[in-house]
Write a protein that binds this ligand. Structure first.
Ligand SMILES: Cc1cc2nc3c(=O)[nH]c(=O)nc-3n(C[C@H](O)[C@H](O)[C@H](O)COP(=O)(O)OP(=O)(O)OC[C@H]3O[C@@H](n4cnc5c(N)ncnc54)[C@H](O)[C@@H]3O)c2cc1C
Length: 463
């Protein structure tokens, strides 16, 4: 797999814009290219588009959207860029953050108004690094629905998504101009397609163990809970054509993947007052300090495991809003008991440990002070029986490093010049998370997919 320079073949057919990958980025890019009046074709390796997009909550962070304004929220690019820089300790690309700030709200408005992809502002995920409510979620609150809405929009627009079409190689000339791709089919046959512009929407490299071991060694032995098709193909092609790679050490992690059931425990359980302990029943961290970075302290605990502890009232609220909470029940991951001692027994933690941690939280709340980790429980109802717990571990969700892109999503070489007709977005492109796991702002992954997808599709069409 790689770049074939010579000879450039006669392609079986040509399209002006080819998009590789049918996740949120690829489908948005295709819609944008189509709206510019260009023929576009999407190539997808799987028999059914799925991607990390379908595995996600479907939450997209966006700035200055009609939805925000409808709720009276006044947001702006400067505040967003300041939030990104605060979260990343000044180590994110402020130019790219400003691009996302400028384009994300308009992108969501365009998706809703032109393509019937409605995303509604969510208030359950306020704070956590965002100065304003910015998370926009599909009505059914999951990524599968987001991908289905985008696929339906492509269907209405007459955009073809060719599935079972793994792009194996790019054809390029010595100037770095991409002329087309070689596709491998599951039966071993191949097809050669030409293009005028290529959009790489192949996501990151979370499924490529060798790349993870090289760039993110701290997660080399952790579970990967993103799409297996994220093999870093786009990043590797770009690099082979001389592209600059940025922040390859960065990633989105999570400390609350149910173990062994592998379902994401909804974070609002903790935002609304739940807490985390290790298998000794001891709290070890401020649960809301950093959602993405939480995978590191969780994996450092004995056996790399922890318990999310909450109560039945919060459990029932989560059941109403969250597909994952319902899945947790279906797979038997939620342990529930009428009192602390029974829950401690069910979770095999020392007697009195959960009760003791909960009492310490109640004490801090009553004293009007933050707890020993600096977390403030003020305004949150104390947990009340019956109580619940889910065993969790830390996991790698999504890599954040990738191809450097300019403000038109064109891929930039290491010498700062632009590759002639190569564009990238979503997980294949650099993000705005800086170089570390702690820099990930909630819902930036899909913001990079959708915003850069639209920018890439629009500009690829103009080429
Ligand atoms: C459990 C989980 C929850 C998440 N929740 C959120 C969230 O709520 N909000 C948020 O912002 N982010 C979230 N993320 C991250 C988010 O899912 C990603 O940032 C986003 O989906 C990336 O979109 P994409 O289009 O770049 O990649 P994907 O959706 O992964 O699409 C890439 C596509 O490219 C295809 N492909 C790859 N290589 C080839 C090839 N050689 N030829 C043809 N096709 C190829 C893949 O099969 C795949 O379909 C979450 C991630 C996970 C794993």
């Amino acid at each position: 797999m790689g770049i074939i320079h010579d000879p450039i073949p006669h392609f079986e057919f040509r399209v002006p814009v080819l998009v590789v990958g049918a996740g949120a980025c690829g489908l948005t890019a295709a819609l944008a290219a189509h709206d510019e009046g260009r023929e576009v074709l999407v190539l997808e390796r799987d028999s059914r588009p799925w991607g990390s997009t379908s595995m996600s909550l479907g939450a997209v962070c966006a700035v200055n959207s009609t939805e925000q304004r409808r709720h009276g929220i006044v947001d702006d690019v400067e505040t967003f860029v300041a939030d990104v820089l605060r979260k990343t300790e000044g180590r994110a690309d402020a130019r790219l953050a400003a691009l996302v700030g400028r384009e994300s709200g308009a992108t969501l408005d365009w998706l809703a108004d032109t393509h019937r992809v409605p995303l509604l502002l969510d208030f359950k995920w306020t704070g956590l690094g965002h100065s304003h409510p910015r998370l926009h979620i599909p009505p059914g609150r999951n990524g599968e629905e987001l991908l289905a809405l985008l696929q339906n929009a492509c269907g209405r627009a007459g955009i073809e998504i060719m599935t079972d079409a793994r792009v194996a190689d790019l054809y390029a000339d010595q100037s770095g101009r991409v002329h087309g791709v070689r596709i491998e089919r599951p039966d071993g046959s191949e097809e050669l397609l030409g293009c005028d512009a290529l959009v790489l929407a192949t996501c990151g490299f979370g499924g490529n163990h060798a790349m993870i071991a090289r760039h993110i060694p701290e997660m080399a032995n952790a579970k990967y809970f993103g799409h297996e098709g994220n093999q870093g193909d786009g990043i590797l092609w770009g690099a082979a054509l001389g592209a600059d790679l940025v922040d390859m050490t960065a990633y989105q992690g999570l400390g609350t993947l149910a173990d062994p059931q592998q379902v994401v425990v909804p974070h609002p359980l903790m935002i609304e007052g739940g807490f985390l302990t290790n298998v000794r029943g001891e709290r070890f961290t401020h649960e809301l300090a950093n959602i993405s970075g939480m995978c590191v302290p969780v994996l450092e605990q004995p056996q790399g495991l922890a318990w999310v502890v909450f109560d039945d009232r919060r459990h029932r609220t989560a059941l109403e809003h969250s597909v994952e909470q319902r899945q947790l029940v279906e797979v038997g991951a939620v342990r529930r008991a009428d009192d602390w001692s029974e829950l401690e027994r069910l979770c095999s933690v020392p007697a009195g440990s959960f009760a003791g941690e909960n009492a310490a939280i109640d004490q801090a709340r009553a004293a009007g002070k933050p707890d020993r980790f600096g977390r403030d429980f003020a305004g949150l109802e104390p947990l009340a029986a019956p109580y619940c717990a889910v065993r969790v571990t830390g996991a790698l969700f999504h890599t954040q490093g990738g191809l450097r892109v300019d403000d038109t999503a064109r891929v930039v070489r290491t010498d700062g010049t632009l590759l002639p007709n190569l564009f990238a977005g979503g997980g294949a492109a650099q993000s705005i998370s800086g170089p570390a796991v702690t820099g990930y702002l909630p819902a930036v992954g899909l913001a990079m997919a959708i915003t850069l997808g639209r920018v890439a599709g629009r500009h690829a069409a103009k080429l």
